[in-house]
Ligand binder design. Structure first.
Ligand code: CMC
Length: 425
């Protein structure tokens, strides 16, 4: 029997159906409320399911993250980012032949035409790579707009392949622009992560010496970031996409949302914070600032809107981070500060009571630094990883049917009043 929730408005009882989830919390379907002349109020969407989805499941209390049902730990250990892309897009893992075809389809789309590269001429070395990435992806809309039908699934698939293929090339171009070097095009025969690292660290006529440990760590980071259900940037992609806009434009909107320090910008903010702290002797001072309710300072890389015990991605990332540091032989002093901060957060009441644990950005920031990626590039790498998630959610929305996203409000402004001409004020 369908479970119902009753609410009483001015003495009238209204039955609201409860929609059953395959895992996790059920949701109260409040769509009928509009007929009763009322809206629900939920700033920040803390209690709101904005859509139904079959892509990713998170249990924040238990620290569980599943892509299409598969635990993130298993995917990070045994899969590859491109296989995860296939899984997200198609709902199932590929057979060997399906995967070989998919990899080839991605490889074929990785190069960026020379004409298009001039988009970067409008930027300079100081331009933020996230701004360049956002602009370049938005600009792709101009190449794939005429004749593009968002209701044609083959067109949508082409957009998905193209975005997953081109984002490493664009990301590497933003890096090359910022160091004033020539762009490097992708190479056949390199893995997705190797190609990205080679496009960053290779030079004309000289391939980068990419160690398997670094390529593997990078691939893991991409897997860990590939999707995270209805987070701010994914919700932005869905909201923009719900206007039937071009998918490249919708994804560019998601990239803009990701940039903020409360979302994807956190890994950059982590490194800035660790650098500012600088030494273990100053940790207590910063922890006190974080705990002071009158000080806006927060420990970057701690806390999560959804994970309230531990972030399963952080566990994988912590191991990967140590593997990279061991291989490179770097005794990064910032890692000491990071480790000490982690211990304090796990021991002190302030953090325990508020369930503030290190999140994935805490360790990914340190790994990126060790690999030689400049801090300003960190969120671009998150963009690269999140691409399959965004495009899968956009595709799911188009496939399942949707309404234009149009939230309502609780109006608290002035009531109607007459305009007074300026000379009478
Ligand atoms: N350092 C110190 N105190 C914190 C922190 C922090 N990082 N995060 C939350 N708090 C405190 C906050 O002050 C509040 O205290 P009180 O109850 O005394 O007022 C309490 O914890 C609850 O905070 P909240 O803002 O209601 O929590 P939220 O779930 O809305 O915020 C968050 C989640 C991620 C925005 C927040 O924890 C934060 O700003 N963290 C630092 C930035 C960061 O690392 N962001 C990356 C998130 S993971 C990447 C991703 O998946 O996108």
């Amino acid at each position: 029997m369908t479970q119902k929730v009753q609410i009483i408005i001015d003495g009238k009882t209204i039955d609201l159906p409860v929609l059953k989830a395959s895992l996790g919390r059920n949701v109260i379907d409040v769509r009928e409320l509009i007929r009763e002349g009322m809206f629900t109020y939920d700033p920040g969407f803390l209690s709101t399911a904005s859509c139904d989805s079959s892509v990713t499941y998170i249990d924040g209390e238990a620290g569980i993250l599943l892509y299409r049902g598969y635990p993130i730990e298993q995917l990070a250990a045994d899969s590859s980012h491109l296989e995860v892309c296939y899984l997200l897009l198609n709902g199932e893992l590929p057979s060997a032949s399906e995967f070989a075809k998919f990899k080839q389809e991605i490889n074929n789309r990785m190069p960026i035409e020379e004409d298009f590269q001039h988009i970067f001429d409008g930027f300079n070395k100081q331009s933020h790579p996230m701004s360049m990435t956002c602009a370049a992806v938005a600009a792709l809309a101009s190449c794939y707009h005429e004749g593009f039908d968002i209701y044609d699934k083959d067109h949508r698939r082409e957009a998905a392949l193209n975005l997953i293929a081109k984002i490493p090339t664009i990301a590497a171009m933003t890096y090359k622009k910022s160091i004033g070097e020539d762009f490097i095009q992708p190479e056949e025969g390199l893995s997705y992560a190797e190609n990205f690292l080679n496009m960053c660290f290779g030079t004309k006529g000289k391939m980068a010496n990419v160690s398997p440990t670094l390529a593997e760590a990078m691939d893991k980071i991409f897997i860990l970031h590939a999707d995270h259900e209805q987070n701010a940037s994914t919700s932005t992609v869905r909201l923009a996409g719900s206007t039937e806009t071009n998918p490249y434009a919708a994804i560019a909107a998601g990239i803009a949302a990701l940039w903020g320090p409360s979302h994807g910008g956190a890994n950059e903010a982590v490194l800035d914070m660790l650098t500012e702290i600088g030494h273990e002797s100053r940790i207590e001072e910063y922890v006190a600032k974080a705990k002071n309710p009158n000080d806006p300072f927060r420990l970057m890389g701690f806390g999560h809107r959804v994970y309230k015990n531990f972030d399963p991605r952080a566990t994988v990332m912590q191991e990967s981070c140590h593997a990279v540091l061991n291989e490179l032989g770097l005794a990064d002093p910032l890692l000491k500060v990071a480790q000490e901060l982690e211990t304090i957060a796990r021991e002190q009441d302030y953090f325990i009571e508020r369930k503030l644990y290190p999140n994935v950005d805490f360790y990914s920031g340190i790994t990126f630094k060790a690999v030689g990626i400049p801090v300003k590039m960190f969120t671009v790498l998150f963009t690269l990883g999140r691409m399959p998630g965004w495009i899968t959610h956009w595709d799911e929305m188009l496939t399942n049917g949707f309404k234009i996203g149009r939230p309502r409000q609780l109006y608290l402004g002035p009531t109607a009043r007459d305009y007074i001409t300026i000379n009478k004020r």
